[in-house]
Design a protein around this ligand. Structure first.
Ligand code: GTP
Ligand code: MG
Length: 701
């Protein structure tokens, strides 16, 4: 939805309406989402009488939680709204939108957990979403969650919210962390300076959350939530005021002062809006910007940013008192060690390897166990339904589809997500991103992209979903593309089970190296093909901490649920098609159709074509089916060494498996998913054919 459309659509919903008629004037998007949600109950400690709450029961408030990443918004959100939130996507975006509802003191309060951001510019999708939500959809109130242990950096964002003149409250969260660091904050003083109610909180222990809701209700009832005006230095302030007067007449849905500041900062979206209304204003802006730049010798947006930081610093210095602990805390020493230019890398390698080893061993063991257990049911199924065509089809699609789905999901994904979120919540993952930043920049990405790539070694599905952490659409697409080429655990089964077992570990290792080179080369080529610059690594590196069990378990469950909802139906549908083809005896003719590629170009036996088709379901099925089709699990009897290498190379690169395709569709849409898939098939065939000829020519095997 475009900028102006949104204004028109939501324009009728004005701020500070809290009477009972408001439910009717909620934007449609809100009403629809509220209906489907289970409602948490937070009636306080029963301070109000039943009659009182009934009288005001219809009142409806919309509150947005906004703030930097990792400050505790979701912990607050989860606690307030319970486990029954509604998690969807922002319209047209791959950023999660979490909403929930609670009752408090007779109010129905709808809470939106906005994505973590550092400014209200338009550099990332998250920023655009949050800014449009706050400025255009006008929640009744914004709760700005602030990390009290890094107050200055967080206040930079608070100042921008204040500029938007949104009714707001500051939740001064992580007070326990601040105290541990020896930081004392005078929150009353902060409240006075900002002109905004400021409530100290410790989200995991629910401290201060009741007071937070009480303050929200107070604001709505007294409508006293308008923050102080934060003034810039004289030079800038004069220009802001001049411009504010000029833009006042346009009756924009934003405060004139905010529009003036954004114009001076060179905000493209606001500029576009003003250009439509009166292009002459922009020439005034240009002149004022030039004046500022000639005085300061820096770009106007840099000058405004640094003034804002200066103000944030002044406020922080005024309200906080620092009593440094005598010994640097253990987490600081851990931070220094794990981000060290030399020691950081072996530590990272050791951690990643042990994580992989742990997950792989666990997955391997439990995958075998679950699939043995579930395949045991086939016997019972046959006894009940016989082995006619329909029964075969039902078992082959639903039964086997479910079995392969479950024996991937539970053994690999579950520990994967669990460990991932432990690493993330403890703070280690962002340190890995920091260490890998240089390498990733060569592919036009930054260090964060390494995180989904790492996941890709286990399973490409969570890796694709993990690409959501990238800031821009372009980076998401690039990372997703690279991630689908990473050899997953199932590909590892082929590499080790065929090349490793029959030709030696060194050949298997070589294939890995070749794959990494290919990933790097294709990543770079895609980077060149997709216009745009990589964004810098702007990432919060919060302090190390003991992971919060509830957060980790909840996130693991949400991701797992997503996989079950998305991938299982696809796996079942895919199994159905292949089983049907098998029953209708279409597999062999298909192998014949494929033989110009498999036999003539790749130099493989024709039967491998069928095995490769099965690999679309799960990559290791390629090997399993090959054994079935060849009638032996001694591959040396049927394949030459060159054929083993070519077959494995093709299986590694040829297509993302069906679950990954499902994840791709979900993340980048049908068109791009199909393009990536077709490209990878073609690429694998080219590489496989070339490898066949080269290896035969070199005659080393
Ligand atoms: N010690 C302490 N930890 C906290 C507090 N609030 C949140 N945390 C921890 O901070 C981490 C991040 O919390 P989240 O609620 O996920 O942060 P968020 O603001 O939603 O982060 P994004 O979704 O990335 O924007 C979790 O491990 C929480 O357990 C607090 O008051 N004290
Ligand atoms: Mg969150």
């Amino acid at each position: 939805m475009g900028f102006s459309e949104k204004i028109r659509r939501y324009g009728a919903y004005s701020r500070n309406q809290s009477d009972s008629s408001q439910v009717g004037t909620l934007p449609r998007a809100h009403r629809a989402s509220i209906q489907g949600i289970q409602i948490g109950n937070w009636e306080g400690n029963g301070a109000e009488s039943y009659g009182e709450s009934r009288q005001v029961m219809k009142k409806h408030i919309v509150i947005a939680l906004a703030g930097n990443a990792n400050v505790g918004k979701s912990v607050i959100f989860n606690h307030l709204t319970g486990m029954h939130q509604h998690i969807g996507n922002w319209p047209g975006k791959t950023v999660e939108r979490a909403e929930g509802t609670l009752h408090f003191k007779g109010y129905t309060i709808d809470i939106i957990d906005l994505p973590g951001i550092y400014s209200l510019s338009t550099f990332s999708i998250e920023e655009i979403i949050s800014r449009e939500y706050i400025a255009i959809e006008n929640p009744d109130l914004v709760i700005n969650v602030v990390d009290a242990s890094v107050l200055e950096r967080n206040l930079y964002f608070t100042l921008q919210l204040i500029e938007l003149e949104t009714p707001m409250i500051v939740a001064l969260n992580q007070m326990d962390m601040a105290t541990k660091k020896g930081i004392k904050i005078d929150h009353k003083r902060l409240e006075k300076i900002l002109g905004v109610p400021t409530i100290p909180t410790i989200a995991p222990s629910h401290t201060g959350l009741y007071e937070l809701l009480q303050a929200a209700v107070n604001i709505i009832e007294k409508r006293n939530g308008t923050p102080s005006k934060i003034e810039y230095g004289k030079e800038i302030e004069e220009k802001i005021q001049k411009l504010s007067k000029l833009v006042e007449r346009f009756q924009l849905p934003f405060p004139a002062r905010w529009v003036a500041i954004k114009l001076l900062e060179g905000d493209k979206q606001v500029e576009g809006k003003i250009r439509q209304l009166d292009p002459r204003t922009l020439s005034v802006v240009k002149r004022l910007v030039k004046e500022i730049e000639s005085v300061h010798g820096h770009s106007c947006s840099t000058v405004i940013t640094s003034e804002r930081y200066e103000i944030a610093g002044c406020i922080a210095r005024e309200v906080q008192q620092i009593v440094p602990p005598l010994m640097p805390p253990i987490r600081e020493r851990l931070h220094t060690l794990t981000t060290h230019g030399i020691f950081g890398y072996p530590i990272m390698a050791a951690i990643i390897l042990s994580v992989f080893f742990g997950i792989f061993s666990f997955g391997d063991y439990t995958s075998g166990l679950t699939s043995d257990l579930l395949y045991g049911l086939e016997h019972i199924f046959q006894n009940l339904f016989g082995s006619g065509i329909v029964a075969k089809l039902v078992w082959g699609s639903i039964g086997e589809g479910l079995i392969s789905g479950i024996s991937i999901a539970l053994p690999y994904l579950l520990p994967f997500y669990f460990v991932l979120y432990i690493l993330e919540d403890s703070g280690y993952l962002c340190r890995v991103a920091f260490l890998m930043d240089n390498v990733m920049h060569k592919m036009g990405l930054h260090g964060k992209a390494f995180i989904p790539m790492m996941l890709g070694f286990g399973c490409n599905v969570p890796a694709c979903l993990g690409c959501r952490i990238m800031e821009t659409e372009r980076e998401r697409l690039l990372t997703i593309f690279v991630v689908t080429l990473v050899p997953c655990a199932a590909t590892t089964v082929i590499i080790l089970g065929l090349v490793g077992a029959y030709m030696g570990f060194e050949w298997a290792f070589l294939l890995y190296v070749v794959d990494l080179i290919i990933i790097f080369a294709l990543g770079r080529a895609a980077f060149k093909a997709l216009p745009g610059e990589p964004t810098g690594l702007i990432m919060e590196m919060h302090d190390y901490r003991v992971p919060h069990a509830q957060t980790v378990l909840k996130q693991t469950w949400f991701r797992l649920k997503e996989y079950i909802k998305m991938a299982l139906p696809l796996i079942i549908a895919g199994s159905f098609v292949i089983k049907l083809a098998d029953i209708l005896n279409l597999l062999e003719p298909t192998a014949d159709v494929l033989s110009p590629i498999t036999v003539s170009w790749l130099g493989l036996p024709a039967i491998t074509g069928i095995a490769l088709i099965f690999g679309v379901l799960r990559k290791e099925l390629t090997l399993i089916m090959l054994a079935t089709l060849l009638g032996t699990s001694n591959f040396a009897e049927a394949l030459e060494p060159v054929q083993m290498i070519v077959f494995t190379l093709v299986a590694m690169l040829y297509i993302p498996c069906i679950s990954t395709i499902g994840a791709l569709v979900k993340e980048v849409g049908w068109k791009k998913a199909v393009s990536i898939t077709i490209f990878e098939i073609a690429f694998a065939i080219v590489v496989g054919g070339a490898a066949n000829r080269l290896l035969l020519l070199a005659d080393i095997l």
